[in-house]
Structure formats: structure tokens, C-alpha cells
Design a protein around this ligand. Structure first.
Ligand code: T4K
Length: 367
């Protein structure tokens, strides 16, 4: 069990550091409902992420779902199927119809050559995904959104700490939603956040995350409960202290993988974008069986026999999920289908040793 290497492993502070951080909670008995840890983390994240406003929520999914709800959207929302279930579910659970745009085969984000043809008079928003931390073509998305007066809500679950042309990634579009799940570059155990610039949108999201309560005797609107609690926020405060080291360690892992796997026929790696300061969230590899000689599934099985557990993020595509049976035509997103059948995300976390990266690559290339 202890020798197994999983696709990722949560980064955690030293136990003593966390205990120090939560000691105050034993004195105050204030465990949730926007307490001191929540406020402190919120303030620190505005600075670190370089955004105007941020609100903290129970998880990344609720950040997405409530942000869409707060925008009072109707009709159709254009998104991609090459993502985690959350993106599509957030749209559907708001009573909106997801319209799937294909991805481009280079960085797996929305293919903007195909976007405009999907817009009609029912379209109200675009939900692009910065998948694996690969940043979408922000300028072009905004140009199209302005032209058709559409909202842009980025699924920024994978992009914690990234910048694009020196600007915090959460500052683009109408809103950007982060995940702080245990498996992410930055975690609050479970957790998430929405960044936005329009304070009125922020007020609506806040109401949705706290029952619409604005005072002891004031309930302004109908809301849910999606508050980040003090223990989650305390974990975030601790992890934020170590975030630069976390990203640097991941970079070393990524560089080591690249040293072994670059320029191999039949292996496609995630591209490097000079405008983006990366967080090295994932290490996806596309295996072209016809050229490489082995399929993605064969490589995954071979690694598994050696105790190395990869994942096929993101297979199956969300537009092929059983819960949507018969509703969407996967042939409308052929590139996403092609990539999803060939992608394997290799183990990636700060404490993955370089020796283990060597071993993983050796198994892929030589066994
Ligand atoms: N949008 C996108 C594009 C997303 O990728 C996600 C989440 C969301 C939105 C929604 O955000 P959240 O509501 O989740 O905050 C994992 C994560 O649970 C999920 O957060 C993430 N995306 C997705 C890509 O990956 P699973 O089902 O693969 O998780 P699981 O439990 O199989 O864990 C994967 C590996 O992580 C394990 O093999 C070991 C490691 N692990 C897992 C847990 C739970 C840890 O080291 N510690 C842990 O506590 O979804």
C-alpha cells in the first residue's frame, strides 16, 4: 500500500502548523459562518491571486453553480465536454442547456474557430474551461462575448496562482471559479472560490451561499448554504504560506517528465505558453497508438502492474455520460472524443520524487 503511487497526493502543512492555526477556534468556539479564518484567507487570496473580489465557498462546484445562478441566465450556455463532471452539471442544475463546443488538439481548451457558429438568440453565456491550467484564448473569447453580449464564466478550477501576461487569472471574464479540493495545487480540504469584479454579482453570490441572510432579522432572498468553514479556511491559510514551494516542486517534477518524454514519436505533451506562469497542476500525455506502438489503456495497465495509478482525466467526455443518454451528439466534438480516448494523466504532486518520475518514464518507454 505504502509503495503505491497515486495520480496525486494532497499537500498538507506540518501537523503542528495546522494545530497552531486552529487553536483560536477552541477558544472562540466560532467554527463557521464567515469567522476570522474565513476573513483572513479571503483577504490573503485577493492579494495573492491579484483579483478585485473573491468569495469563498464549500467547494469549486458550488462556486460554479451559484455563480451561474446569480447571473439569472436562461436558455443555452456554450461549454466544452472535455472537463470534470462539475462544469456540465453546474449548467444543467441551473436549468440551462449546455451546448458543447469542440476543443483544440493542442491545449485542449475551447476551439474558438467553432464557437461563433454555436451562438444563437438563446445563448446567454460561455463557460470555457482552463483545462489542466492551460489558459483559454481570453482575448478572443472576450471579443466574441462582447459582440453577442454574452456572460463569460471561466471554470478556473485548475489554475490556482496562474497569471496570464502578468495578470491574475481570476481577473478575466465576468467571473472565474477555482477549486480548492484536496487534489488541487492549493487546497482547503474541500473548498472553492469565485473571483469577480462586479460587486452586485458578489452580493448575489453571497446571498446564495448564506440563505440570503443579511442581518439577524433580514432575509433578503432565497439562498442555499455553501459557506467555507473555519477549519477549511485555516487549512488554506497554512497551505498558502507554502504555495511558492509547492509550485516550484511541481515544476521540478514536470521538467523531469519532459526530459524523458519530449520528442518521442507518438507522445504529445501539454504545451508551454510563454504568456502563462504555470502552476503545473497536471501532467497529461496523449498516446497515439499507431505511432507509439501502445495505447493509452495498455500504458495505464502496465503502470498499474507496477503500483502506479494514473487517471484518464477527462474520459469519458461529459456529453457521453449515462445521465445524459441520448441528449447530445458526441460526433459534434470529434477532437475532444479523440483526445479523451488517448489521454493519460501521470502522477503529479509536489512530493513525487524525481527517482519515481524516472521509474514511471522507464516503464512507459522501455518495458
Ligand atoms: N471543474 C473542474 C474542471 C474540475 O476538475 C473540478 C474538480 C471542478 C470543477 C469541481 O471542483 P470541486 O467541487 O471538486 O472543488 C478529483 C477531485 O475530487 C475533483 O476536485 C477534481 N476536479 C477532479 C479532476 O479530480 P476524482 O473523482 O478523480 O477524485 P479521487 O477521489 O479519485 O482522487 C484522485 C486521487 O487524488 C486519488 O487517487 C488520491 C488523491 N487524493 C484524493 C483525495 C480525495 C488525495 O491525495 N487526497 C484526498 O483527500 O476527482
Amino acid at each position: 500500500m505504502s509503495n503505491r503511487i497515486l495520480v496525486t497526493r494532497s499537500s498538507m502543512p506540518e501537523l503542528d502548523e495546522y494545530i497552531d492555526e486552529i487553536k483560536e477556534l477552541w477558544d472562540s468556539h466560532w467554527l463557521t459562518n464567515m469567522g476570522i479564518k474565513h476573513k483572513e484567507l479571503q483577504k490573503k487570496l485577493v492579494e495573492y491571486l491579484g483579483v478585485e473580489h473573491i468569495d469563498l465557498l464549500t467547494n469549486g462546484h458550488m462556486a460554479l453553480e451559484l455563480t451561474l445562478q446569480a447571473m439569472n441566465l436562461s436558455g443555452e450556455v456554450i461549454t466544452t465536454p472535455f472537463t470534470f463532471a462539475s462544469t456540465t452539471h453546474a449548467i444543467v442544475r441551473n436549468g440551462l442547456k449546455p451546448v458543447f463546443c469542440d476543443i483544440n488538439p493542442i491545449d485542449f481548451t475551447m476551439d474558438l474557430k467553432k464557437l461563433e457558429s454555436l451562438i444563437n438568440d438563446k445563448t446567454t453565456a460561455i463557460v470555457p474551461v482552463h483545462v489542466y491550467g492551460n489558459i483559454c484564448n481570453i482575448e478572443e473569447i472576450q471579443r466574441i462575448a462582447n459582440k453577442y453580449e454574452l456572460k463569460v464564466i471561466y471554470d478556473a478550477a485548475h489554475t490556482f496562482g496562474e497569471t496570464y501576461k502578468g495578470k491574475g487569472i481570476g481577473s478575466f471574464g465576468d467571473a472565474s471559479c477555482f477549486s480548492f479540493h484536496a487534489t488541487k495545487v492549493f487546497n482547503t480540504i474541500e473548498g472553492g472560490a469565485v473571483c469577480y469584479s462586479n460587486p452586485e454579482l458578489g452580493e448575489r453570490i453571497y446571498n446564495l451561499k448564506n440563505f440570503g441572510i443579511r442581518g439577524a432579522e433580514i432575509v433578503e432572498s432565497v439562498g442555499a448554504n455553501a459557506k467555507m468553514n473555519e477549519f477549511q479556511a485555516a487549512m488554506g491559510i497554512c497551505n498558502l504560506r507554502h504555495i511558492e514551494e509547492e509550485i516550484q516542486k511541481r515544476k521540478k517534477v514536470s521538467d523531469r517528465y519532459r526530459k524523458h518524454l519530449s520528442n518521442i514519436e507518438g507522445i504529445q505533451l501539454n504545451p508551454i505558453n510563454e504568456d502563462v506562469q504555470s502552476n503545473y497542476a497536471y501532467f497529461p500525455v496523449i498516446f497515439d497508438e499507431k505511432v507509439f506502438g501502445f495505447s493509452r489503456n495498455e500504458i495505464a495497465e502496465r503502470l498499474e502492474k507496477n503500483g502506479i495509478f494514473t487517471r484518464k482525466y477527462f474520459y469519458p467526455l461529459t456529453n457521453t455520460f449515462d445521465c445524459f443518454h441520448g441528449q447530445y451528439d458526441v460526433n459534434e466534438t470529434p477532437v475532444a472524443l479523440y483526445i479523451s480516448k488517448r489521454v493519460l494523466t501521470l502522477p503529479m504532486y509536489a512530493d513525487l520524487s524525481l527517482e519515481n518520475v524516472d521509474r514511471i518514464c522507464d516503464i512507459i518507454l522501455n518495458e
